[in-house]
Design a protein around this ligand. Structure first.
Ligand SMILES: *Cc1c(COP(=O)(O)O)cnc(C)c1O
Length: 481
């Protein structure tokens, strides 16, 4: 019954000789279920690595030969294979309070989009085939009429994301030319999207005008020259300039641009299609209003407030969109059929504004009344308190959610959730990190937010259909399952 010690000598060699034959172990009754579930190839390879690890451990005295039964090996191999079989993309519970969380995948899509994508995945479709003429078609044509209907634009095109939309627009219209942008609008969006960088990537020269807080119409006017290609406005997605400020509106800019025969391009960022104020949400200029105000081009994301898949939409005048579509980058940045299918399904929901707040997931989450979250917090509190243990207090409290993804950065939505603090009332970061990690390591990880020495779980994005599973998972963990 002795552990294997030492790195040489007859004793070790003798024990190594007792390492079972891979073939014999694999053929054992204990391995039958593993082989059946994962196939011989994977089971064999994993068994070999398991035995290799054991050999190394035995040589360094970290493993004992007694542990090496077929049952143990089958268990170890099964565990390793199950872990490997787990998808690396995992569903999580987004309790961060940020509805459109870029790191958690932004907008959640409605069932209509799911069905449309499933159809597209499994059947051939008229992606670039004109069913009327039998000739080659344009994938943009499948969705452009709908985009134009909803935005009032003359034409549209869709690319991979809004960063791509801006890059393509600048490449097609302003390469080797100048683009005038206010210093108050030189934004950096998370993940390395910076207006000055995109500008130079596109081969355009940024002409900054005004100051950080104040830009006047004459600043634009004085900067226009023979090399100017565009006057551009960028939505201050993730910050606000407040106090002593002056911004030139599109309404003011448009006549100046027109008198010089220049287009106004607007990077709207989130790009909402409907007035959110009708649901009590903060107001944001819609794409249609931006066009009506005089913008010839508007770019925006598909997976922010629009509530669809990752995409970048460019809408505007026929002439400029045609020019953009001809640029070689368009081919490199175009979207796939799954995106088009999902986007179309989501856009269709906008035709029935009466049911939009119910059917469009993003809007449904944004408009959930705080009372719904408060009742959920009361239902969930006991299970979370049991899981957290006596060292922590779990209380149901009001809090504020945010829209996220650069939409309306300073506006917050009243919400409700659970707050975990140390029962002692002390503020110990280490303990909070421990409980945050425990929730993050559940089967379906729960992602909250640590602030002010507490862990905040905003229940806005936990819909009632998921609540039972959420509680069951915590109970199972408390019971040590
Ligand atoms: C979010 C955002 C972008 C980038 O959009 P993606 O779809 O994430 O590529 C660009 N500009 C503005 C103003 C934004 O808010």
């Amino acid at each position: 019954m002795s552990d294997i010690k030492g790195s040489d000598g007859g004793e070790l060699r003798a024990l190594m000789a007792r390492v079972p034959s891979v073939e014999r172990v694999l053929a054992s009754a204990e391995f039958a279920p593993v082989v059946e579930q994962y196939g011989r190839t994977q089971a064999l390879a994993t068994l070999r690595t398991t035995l290799d690890t054991w050999r190394t451990d035995a040589q360094t005295g970290r493993a004992s030969i007694e542990a090496l039964s077929n049952t143990m090996l089958a268990h170890a191999v099964n565990f390793a294979l199950a872990k490997r079989a787990q998808s690396s993309v995992r569903s999580v519970f987004n309790l961060t309070g940020t509805v459109l969380h870029t790191n958690l995948g932004r907008a959640l899509l409605p069932d209509e989009a799911v069905h449309a994508v499933a159809h597209m995945l499994t059947r051939p479709a008229n992606l670039e085939f004109d069913l009327r003429t039998g000739a080659r078609g344009d994938r943009d044509d499948l969705i452009n009429p709908l985009i134009c209907e909803l935005t009032g634009a003359e034409a549209a095109t869709v690319v991979n994301n809004n960063a791509a939309a801006v890059l393509l627009t600048l490449s097609a219209l302003a390469s080797r030319k100048e683009v005038i942008v206010s210093r108050g609008e030189l934004v950096e969006i998370g993940g390395a999207f910076r207006i000055p960088d995109i500008m130079s990537r596109a081969g355009a020269k940024l002409r900054e005008v005004g100051t950080t807080n104040r830009t006047h119409l004459k600043d634009y006017e004085e900067s226009i020259n023979a090399k100017t290609a565009l006057l551009m406005k960028v939505h201050c997605s993730n910050y606000a300039v407040t106090g002593f400020t002056k911004e030139v509106t599109i309404n003011e800019l448009a006549p100046l641009a027109k008198s010089h025969d220049l287009p106004v391009a607007v990077d709207l960022g989130s790009g909402t299609l409907v007035d959110l104020a009708q649901w009590g949400l903060p107001r944001e200029a819609t794409v249609r209003e931006t066009i009506d105000a005089g913008a010839q081009l508007v770019t925006f994301s598909g997976d922010k407030l629009l509530g669809g898949p990752q995409a970048g939409l460019i809408v505007g005048s026929k002439e400029l969109i045609a020019k953009i579509k001809k640029h070689p980058l368009k081919r490199a940045l175009r979207v796939g059929k799954l995106t088009l299918a999902a986007l179309e399904a989501v856009l269709r929901l906008y035709r029935t504004p009466e049911t939009l707040a119910d059917r469009l997931t993003t809007l449904r989450l944004l408009t959930r009344p705080a009372d719904a979250m408060r009742l959920a917090a009361e239902r969930i509190q006991p299970a979370l308190q049991t899981l957290a243990g006596a060292a922590f207090s779990v209380t149901s409290e009001p809090m504020f959610s945010q829209i996220g993804s650069g939409a309306l950065p300073v506006d917050v939505l009243p919400s409700y959730g659970l707050v975990i603090r140390l029962a002692s009332g002390k503020r110990a970061g280490g303990q909070m990190n421990r409980i945050e990690k425990m929730l993050r390591e559940l089967d379906r990880p729960v992602i909250g937010r640590i602030a002010d020495g507490a862990l905040w779980l905003d229940l806005r994005c936990l819909e009632e259909s998921d609540e039972e599973m959420f509680i069951a998972q915590m109970k199972a963990r408390s019971e040590g399952a």
